[in-house]
Design a protein around this ligand. Structure first.
Ligand SMILES: NC(=O)c1ccc[n+]([C@@H]2O[C@H](COP(=O)([O-])OP(=O)(O)OC[C@H]3O[C@@H](n4cnc5c(N)ncnc54)[C@H](O)[C@@H]3O)[C@@H](O)[C@H]2O)c1
Length: 311
């Protein structure tokens, strides 16, 4: 299998390392020539400044798009038009309408389109998903997510809802195995150009609810969630991958092997290209996350709940 990597910045350099270790990386491309040269030479693969050059020179099966969100649509469109399998980092596109068009294009050209909602591949989330599905602690009623960090200074094109809260929106849809019917949000900006704090409420059927709280104000890197079930509260940390179950006075620590989510995510995409029955984020699910992010932003601007009817 032959894979190329578009964008070798802060996050993309991790994909490049893993793809090289897996022996599938054949070329890298970054408009910052120094970066494409650095990673091309580091991993002994061809390097390009422009996607068009790469497309006319390389034969490959699939591509990773790890460039700023505002560039995803144009890059993914070209790759899909060339009948390549495409993995786009989150959020898939800035506008859900563009994402919907990419979904149609991938279907027309019979190629895979997926998106980097990495927490699905976080082993801790996997354990909680299994517990919820098996109703080990009764029915899942509420989810609470909390992320905090100083804003990564290189992000210029989106605020915290599109950059950060989207991870929890996707995890919430995944754990509830449902799409929200209503979104209500409050968001504002204290230190940055775009919104830098947000509280989002997602309402699912039967009064089930997720509360997503994200901020780029407080300095500590914090990524936690609680799954409130009818018989216990399951708490987990996306970073340490630890899980605690509070059932009664005693709390139980669940043993779980820590693994790199990005490796598991990349392996799933490669497996799907090979035709294996791997779990990947469906392109429509990724478009739905963008629709929910759009609704959250609109809700916070207008001060009203936004009702959705998602596929
Ligand atoms: N899944 C996650 O946990 C996670 C974490 C961080 C970032 N991301 C996502 O990854 C993407 C990239 O983020 P980042 O932090 O690496 O940004 P970055 O700015 O550090 O890197 C982006 C790179 O893309 C290059 N680039 C820009 N336009 C290009 C184009 N048209 N063609 C080729 N290269 C181009 C830039 O020169 C830069 O090197 C974003 O979509 C972000 O949301 C996901």
């Amino acid at each position: 299998m032959k894979i190329v990597q578009i964008g070798t910045g802060g996050w993309g350099k991790n994909h490049t390392r893993i793809l090289s270790e897996l022996g599938v990386l054949v070329a890298v491309c970054d408009v910052d020539f120094q970066k494409s040269k650095e990673y091309g030479e580091k991993y002994s693969v061809n390097h390009y400044e422009f996607l068009d050059e790469l497309l006319s020179a390389e034969e490959f099966d699939g591509a990773f798009v790890v460039t700023p969100t505002s560039t995803h649509t144009d890059i993914a469109k070209k790759l899909l038009e060339s009948k390549k399998h495409v993995f786009v980092e989150k959020p898939m596109t800035y506008k859900s309408e563009d994402g919907q068009n990419l979904v149609k294009l991938a279907e027309k050209n019979k190629v895979i389109l997926t998106c980097g909602y990495i927490e699905r591949f976080n082993p801790a989330v996997g354990v909680v998903k299994k517990m919820v599905k098996a109703k080990k602690y009764g029915d899942l009623v509420m989810l609470e997510f909390h992320r905090g960090n100083r804003m990564p200074l290189h992000i210029k094109d989106v605020g915290i809802i599109y950059d950060t809260s989207v991870h929890d929106i996707d995890t919430s849809n995944w754990l509830f195995d449902d799409m929200p019917q209503v979104v209500f949000a409050r968001a504002g900006k204290i230190k940055h150009e775009h919104e830098d704090f947000a509280s989002i409420m997602l309402g699912y059927k039967n009064d089930k609810v997720a509360i997503i709280s994200s901020n780029w104000i407080t300095p500590k890197k914090l990524r936690k969630f609680n799954a409130v079930c009818t018989d216990a509260i399951i708490s987990s940390d996306f970073i340490t991958q630890e899980i605690t179950v509070e059932k009664d006075e005693e709390s139980e620590i669940v043993q779980n092997e820590k693994q790199e989510p990005l490796l598991l995510e990349i392996q799933s995409f490669l497996g799907a290209i090979e035709g294996k029955n791997e779990h990947i984020v469906k392109s429509q699910e990724a478009v739905n996350v963008t629709k929910i992010a759009e609704a959250a932003l609109l809700s916070s601007q207008k001060g009203i709940p936004i009702y959705l009817d998602l596929k």
